[in-house]
Design a protein around this ligand. Structure first.
Ligand code: NI
Length: 138
């Protein structure tokens, strides 16, 4: 661990302090580390769009929609190399939520996630991609 001393404008310092408070960080260092990791992760995904990643994909769907549940399961089987796990919860009489952990080449993961989210009856789809090589020192 190294200590960094940085100087920022008053306005920026106030905004940072507000962000720390609003997001419930215990200290500024953890808030700054998260901002930096997010930026580095984005940069890595831009520079190496085909590197390895892990990702979570969540979406809501209506299991009464014709064939949809089966189609989603079929797609996951077809991409079993990318699908690490699937968690399913029944929200009410009609609605289900699924969260998938995906792992693989970033482009392939994105394409697969997009195909799932694009299915008619699938809503609120959201993909969070985490580049893997950031953690190569482990
Ligand atoms: Ni269900």
């Amino acid at each position: 661990m190294r200590r960094l001393t940085i100087s920022v404008d008053d306005d920026l310092a106030d905004a940072f302090e507000a962000l720390v408070q609003a997001n419930g960080y215990e200290n500024r260092s953890e808030a700054f580390r998260d901002l930096l990791r997010e930026k580095l992760g984005q940069q890595q995904l831009t520079e190496q769009p085909h590197g390895p990643c892990v990702a979570t994909l969540s979406y809501v769907y209506d299991h009464h929609e014709r064939q949809l549940a089966m189609r989603l399961a079929d797609m996951q089987h077809h991409h079993h190399d990318l699908t690490v796990s699937t968690m399913h919860a029944h929200l009410d009489h009609n609605q289900c939520i699924e969260t998938l952990i995906l792992r693989g080449e970033t482009g392939a993961v994105r394409t697969f996630a997009q195909a799932l989210m694009a299915q008619p009856g699938v809503t609120h789809g959201q993909l969070n991609v985490v580049p893997l090589t950031l953690h190569s020192h482990h």
